[in-house]
Design a protein around this ligand. Structure first.
Ligand SMILES: C[S@@+](CC[C@H](N)C(=O)[O-])C[C@H]1O[C@@H](n2cnc3c(N)ncnc32)[C@H](O)[C@@H]1O
Length: 216
């Protein structure tokens, strides 16, 4: 698809700013707990407080939610918890070399319920492959959703991926209700673990329209 030069220039600028921010925030060799779509920060602040040895980074695309998260973190006086305004794929692409994921959390991601919108979902094969490129053997992915069809799709997708496998017996390390969990009448969770299979080299995220917020 051909984009206008002004649009491409804005994206290039945004990605360069993110790279600079992450270089300061994440020293090479840092291993992260990464929460995608951290919302109002309820989970990550609590988790960082419970696990002071873990370095936690949440990303979201909505500024106001990040501001609220930052205030919670400040009130808890945590030095191991950070929030970054970024689209998840752009964050992956902007990570400094040798930064890896110790854990990846995706709690109540936008479900994009209509079939023609499924391409907007964050958990898809190419994304999981790219995450695997920054994850060592044993890294865990924690996924929770109240959208039954999204859950089934991811649960069926993972066994077909060489780089992840379902881990039905894995424990959920910390229960902390999030804003969207509080609204959900029911939800399902799964844990997947990174296998030893090598990941394909990550591709640079193609230019995309500015991220949109899901239908809720
Ligand atoms: C339904 S909310 C869930 C928030 C929180 N995890 C919770 O359980 O309350 C989904 C969040 O993901 C964020 N989001 C959506 N797409 C994203 C993307 N591509 N990259 C980063 N964050 C995204 C939205 O802004 C929103 O805050």
């Amino acid at each position: 698809m051909a984009y206008k030069p002004e649009f491409l220039a804005r994206i290039t600028e945004r990605r360069a700013a993110l790279r600079t921010e992450l270089l300061t925030l994440l020293p090479a060799g840092q291993s992260l707990v990464w929460e995608i779509g951290s919302g109002h920060g309820h989970f990550l602040v609590q988790y960082a407080q419970a696990c002071p040895a873990k370095y936690c980074v949440g990303v979201d695309i909505i500024r106001d939610r990040l501001n609220r998260s930052g205030k919670k973190r400040d009130r808890a006086k945590l030095a191991n918890c950070h929030f970054v305004q970024a689209e998840a794929r752009e964050f992956l692409d902007a990570l400094p070399p040798a930064v890896t994921f110790a854990e990846v959390w995706v709690l109540f991601p936008d479900p994009w319920p209509k079939k023609r919108h499924h391409k907007n979902r964050i958990l898809q094969a190419d994304f999981l492959e790219a995450v695997a490129g920054r994850a060592g053997e044993g890294t865990r992915l924690y996924f929770r959703t109240d959208h039954a069809e999204y859950f089934q799709t991811v649960a069926a997708l993972i066994p077909g991926l060489p780089t992840w496998q379902l881990e039905p017996a894995a424990a959920w390390p910390l229960e902390q209700e999030t804003v969207f969990q509080a609204r959900a009448p029911a939800y399902q969770s799964l844990v997947a673990v990174r296998t030893s299979h090598p990941a394909r080299p990550a591709e640079t995220a193609a230019p995309r329209p500015p991220p949109r917020v899901g239908p809720r």
